[in-house]
Design a protein around this ligand. Sequence first.
Ligand SMILES: NC(=O)c1ccc[n+]([C@@H]2O[C@H](COP(=O)([O-])OP(=O)(O)OC[C@H]3O[C@@H](n4cnc5c(N)ncnc54)[C@H](OP(=O)(O)O)[C@@H]3O)[C@@H](O)[C@H]2O)c1
Length: 356
Amino acid sequence: MGNIVHVVGTGTIGEPLIGLLCDMKEELGIDEITFYKHRPVLTDRAKIKSLIRRGGNLVVGKEKMDEFRELGVEPVYEAEEAIKRADIVVDCAPKGIGLENKEKFYKKYENEVTAFLAQGSEFGFGKPYALGINDKAITDKDKYIQILSCNTHNIAVAIKSIGFSNDDENDFVFGRFVCIRRASDISQEGSFIPSPYVNEHKDKKFGTHHARDVWHVYNTLGYDLDVFSSALKINTQYMHSIWFDIKVKGKIDEEEVIQRFIDNPRVAITYKKLSSLVFSFGRDHGHYGRILNQTVVVVPTIRVRNENEVFGFCFTPQDGNSLLSSMSAILMKLYPDKEEYKDKMEKLSPFLFREV
Ligand SMILES: NC(=O)c1ccc[n+]([C@@H]2O[C@H](COP(=O)([O-])OP(=O)(O)OC[C@H]3O[C@@H](n4cnc5c(N)ncnc54)[C@H](OP(=O)(O)O)[C@@H]3O)[C@@H](O)[C@H]2O)c1
């Protein structure tokens, strides 16, 4: 049947992932993209039709076939059938559903499907992964992979750029982070908040899940990092921002910090201090408004204290970085040959920017 990628969910992450896969299907050597839509609602009809027009095949629950037909869209497969015939399944459903789906469906089809991926909120679904951080920890044996969430990606990349610039010897002492999150995505209608909303430090060791997840991704490489994070939401829809404080072993200055970020090919630098301007750049130059960089570092905010402690801010391309790692995990599993994988990943480079 060829390479088949099946995406579960058409929300903030699912919708652009399906779109990107459809648009790049031929270049990436993917034969079929199928996508599962959960609710047959009129307001989502335009989105479903557009994804079908771009080349995706609609998948719905067996019991909802007629309701989707009444809406004027024709399902091609039913949910379980689509999982069974896929090479890769990417779960982009809300928190908890990926873990439920794993128990209910995915475990049944482990022999047929090469790999199952889930997104940020599905802690425990599989091995945590972020492109450029722990690629070498992902092996053919990893059937289940959890793609890091957007802010966790950003933190992982800041640590990598500053503290692990040399793969053989790391320079990292500790990292402290504040995730300043946008309240809701522009694609979402709920979650408006009237003013900043601060999160509790529910995790005694790590603060919030961001540092915990970063710890786990580096732990796949054998590291036990001293990391702590805090988080708050602010009443904007444009981009998360991260404040960081990273201490290194050796001496470092601002020029070197910026150079280390520049040396990371998935990092963009910016001199813009307003996140909406960075967001707007994506709208004009990215793939359907998204840049796939893992972080956008704000150069004028970089400051080094005592020659070994680095402070700064960066913006999180909220879905872009998870999309890039999702694409990487899909291609890694479809193309175990490293050269072939690299060649396919290169096709995504037009959506990665060095400067924003
Ligand atoms: N939002 C971001 O920027 C972002 C960034 C990185 C990672 N993530 C992660 O991505 C995952 C999805 O988040 P999201 O923001 O994309 O969520 P979302 O916008 O709420 O979308 C969720 C999608 O899942 C579908 N769905 C709901 N219940 C389902 C079920 N029982 N079975 C299958 N599908 C179901 C929904 O379908 P209907 O629309 O038909 O109800 C919707 O299409 C989460 O793990 C999140 O942590 C999100």
